[in-house]
Design a protein around this ligand. Structure first.
Ligand code: GS8
Length: 217
């Protein structure tokens, strides 16, 4: 019997990826909530390099970095439909877009939410252009470049619970800017594995407002 533990924090788009992947594969696991202002000895021991969540602990062995965790889950629990496309070229494309998501969304949001004036405006424009790019490359299939829910969908859908926060801080509307992307997100939300895991968007926003207050005081 496999022992599977996930070290996670509420609201983390990276933590949600591991969580959705496990649910999709029907794996039994225990989720341990980490307080990032007071990291547990277990987190420090299991991810001594980055000291970040999520960490998947499979039979005592740690795996870090959410995109790597999702691919690991796909390889280990391979009795269920794969997240990865079967063709090597399509797999490379999927990895490219997940890498793009990781390199762009969170760093751009991070630049935007604490800044004002020109920097804030530039960050907002960049964030919208990233989502427009993702929307364009998504294609016309029901899921990201694919007929089936897969790797890129798992990597991107957690950000949907942050759309309201991005919109509110950036003063724009995702549905007006990227209608296809929002339609895709709603399709993903029809899956129980996604809708039960993604937190309420207003709660995410309130938590971010609190975080900002704490940084500013
Ligand atoms: C990012 C994880 C991350 O940023 C991944 O797993 O994909 N590239 C990694 N984790 C954050 C919480 S989510 O904002 C974290 O653990 N931060 C703690 C810290 O930086 O000290």
């Amino acid at each position: 019997m496999d022992e599977v533990v996930v070290l996670d924090t509420w609201g983390s788009m990276f933590g949600m990826r591991a969580w959705i992947a496990l649910e999709e594969k029907g794996v039994k696991y225990e989720r341990k909530e980490e307080d990032l202002s007071k990291k547990s000895p277990l987190l420090l021991q299991m991810n001594p390099i980055h000291k970040k969540i999520p960490v998947l602990i499979h039979n005592g062995k740690p795996i870090s970095e959410s995109a790597i965790i999702v691919q690991y889950i796909d390889e280990v629990w391979n009795h269920n439909p794969p997240f990865m496309p079967s063709h090597p070229y399509e797999r490379a494309q999927a990895r490219f877009w997940v890498d793009y998501i990781d390199a762009k969304i969170y760093p751009t949001w991070n630049k935007m939410w604490l800044s004002e004036g020109e920097e804030h405006e530039a960050g907002k424009k960049e964030l919208i252009s990233i989502f427009k790019q993702l929307e364009e490359t998504m294609g016309d299939k029901p899921f990201y470049g694919n007929e089936k829910f897969g790797f890129v969908d798992i990597a991107l859908i957690p950000f949907y619970s942050w759309f309201y926060t991005f919109e509110t801080y950036g003063n724009f509307e995702m549905e007006a800017e990227c209608p296809k992307l929002v339609a895709w997100a709603k399709r993903c939300m029809q899956r129980e594995t996604v809708s039960t895991i993604l937190p309420n968007e207003k709660e995410v926003y309130n938590a971010v407002v609190e975080m900002k207050k704490n940084i500013e005081t």
